[in-house]
Ligand binder design. Sequence first.
Ligand code: PMT
Length: 432
Amino acid sequence: MAQFEARNGLAGLRVLLGVSGGIAAYKACELVRRLRDAGAEVRVVLTENAARFVTPLTFQALSGQPVRSGLWDEAAEAAMGHLELAHWAQRIVIAPASADLVARLAHGFADDLLSTLCLASDAPLAIAPAMNLRMWAHAATQANVATLRGRGAVFLGPGEGRMAEPESGLGRLLEPHEIIAELGALHGPKALTGKRVLVSAGPTYEDIDPVRFIGNRSSGRMGFAVAQAAMEQGARVELVAGPVHLPTPAGVARVDVRSARDMREAVLARAPHSDIYVGAAAVGDFRPHEVAAHKLKKTGGALTLSLNENPDILAAVAALKPRPYVVGFAAETQNIEGYARAKLERKKLDLIAANKVGEGEGFDACQNEILLISRDGAERLARADKLALARQLVARIAEKYANRESEIGSGKASVRKRLPARASGRTRARAK
Ligand code: PMT
């Protein structure tokens, strides 16, 4: 246990666990136990509705501490005032977080003890939502989630599966062990401290005339999630984003671009100073040969557009000397592994994340699944929320990047002969 505690970073951490009303509140009991097993000190605050599902006494017995619920409890305030409690917390975890609580936090309400503590505390906030799948998918909830993420809150889940109602979908509270694993990753040793990670995300728009363009369905979610996950692992992250409607993850430096050529310029200006480049953008392969100066008018017949091929950004980064560790994505509708492997070789990548795209898949979806392919083999990362998936992907990238660096450090000439691109990475590492 001691070894686990040392590794997971939760040992000694003062966690304020907020529980809001919902049937999933029962899982918070198990979460208290697991947090304490991991060495955390836990104090529980229940909303009024949470106390209808699980009694304060249960949490008191499990946490070994008095449980708070109301703002106006004189005895509790005398023992530890709510501002003192806000100051005490090193991490606030809300599990389960109802749609109502997410909305109130996004709008800065302070009309009960839990929302007041969240406003009054500097502690980072982790939110594990649990709600009906339509409530989670609702534009209002998604806007609230985006607001909170933009302020640095971390969302743990929700998961997909059976809920209390006879329906299944995204909205289920993560299992306590999954919450512990994600919190452990947030507080554990950071795999990319001191590294510079460059990420491209979103679509590109290729203008046809002043009102029309050729674009694609990428929302930018996958790339933004990769940027956030890399930042959580201690990296300095630069994000080159095509036209998307997403808030910038807190702590990430963002550059907005429109066309593939703009993106290429922004990426190539930064790639030589980056340790890792992740190309998650859906870069337009073609652009109109000419951009019309005025709106094209209908002529009663067919319009023929002549298209030129855009330069390949990933291949250009992989050809740099020295070069960063280069990770591509492959968006495929069929023969996923075959086409992705061909791209890995043709573009001379270190790693490629292949995903299936099509109706409701890959593009613009909240979830994704990945087949991660390197020259050594392939690993499937199961379907999950894009942020959860990005955290797994970034963990794999960090591991493979570290292996490559140590191989370069110890392999000397034989490594240089076998892996010419890696030898250039060593030159860069030495030059730094
Ligand atoms: O943005 P979302 O809605 O979340 O959707 C995520 C995603 C499906 C866009 C993402 O997961 C993904 O697969 N991104 C890559 C999309 C793509 O352009 O794939 P591709 O197979 O056409 O290109 C292969 C790789 O080459 C990609 O890394 C791409 O960024 C890169 N490329 C492509 C063309 C080009 N001119 N320059 C490039 O760098």
